[in-house]
Write a protein that binds this ligand. Sequence first.
Ligand code: 5GP
Ligand code: MG
Length: 180
Amino acid sequence: MHQDIKKVLYTEEQIQNKIKELAAVLTEEYRGKNPIFVGVMKGVVLFFADMVKRIDTPCQIDFMWLSSYAGTGSTGNLIVKRDVSANLKGRHVVILEDIYDTGRSLTFVRDHLLSKEPASVKICTLLDKPEGRLPGITLEADYVGYEIPNEFVVGYGLDYNEYYRNLPYIGILKSEVYEK
Ligand code: 5GP
Ligand code: MG
C-alpha cells in the first residue's frame, strides 16, 4: 500500500466485482438502444475503461472536460472546456462519473447534455457521498457503486493535486498529506 494512504476502502478486486454488477445491469437496461457513454475527465478514466469493457451490447463512448473559473462571486462557475463530439439528439446517454459529492458538476453536465435533445440521460457513479450534497441539489444518480462517508478519497482515477490517480484501489488519504 502507498505510504500516504491511511486505509484502503475498496480493493482492486472489490472494484472489479462491483463493475461487473453495474455493467450487467446497464447492459440489460440498454440492450438494443445504442447507448452512448459520456465520461467527464479526468477522474473517471479508469472506471470508464473498466465499465465499457463489460457492456455487452453495441454502444459508443464520448468525453467532456469541465473547467471552473472564479467569477465575480465567491464560488467558481463551471464551463465546458471540451464538449462531446457526437450528436446526441435522440440518443440514450449514460453519464459515467467517478464520485458524486456536492452535485454541482453532475447537475451542470446533465443540464448541458439535456440541451442537446437526447432521448434520455441517466447517471452512473462509482462512488456517492450523500452527505456532501449542497442544499438545493435534487438530482440523484440512477446507478451507484458504493455510498461512502464524507471523507476525501483517492486512487482509481481520483486525485489529490493530480497525484494518486494511478493507484488500482480506492483509499483514504492521510490527513498529514494535505496539511503539509
Ligand atoms: P461535485 O459532485 O462536488 O460537483 O463533483 C464531484 C467532483 O469533486 C469529482 O469529480 C471530484 O473531482 C471531486 N471530488 C469530490 N469528492 C472527492 C474525493 O473524496 N476525492 C477526490 N479525489 N475528489 C473528489
Ligand atoms: Mg472529477
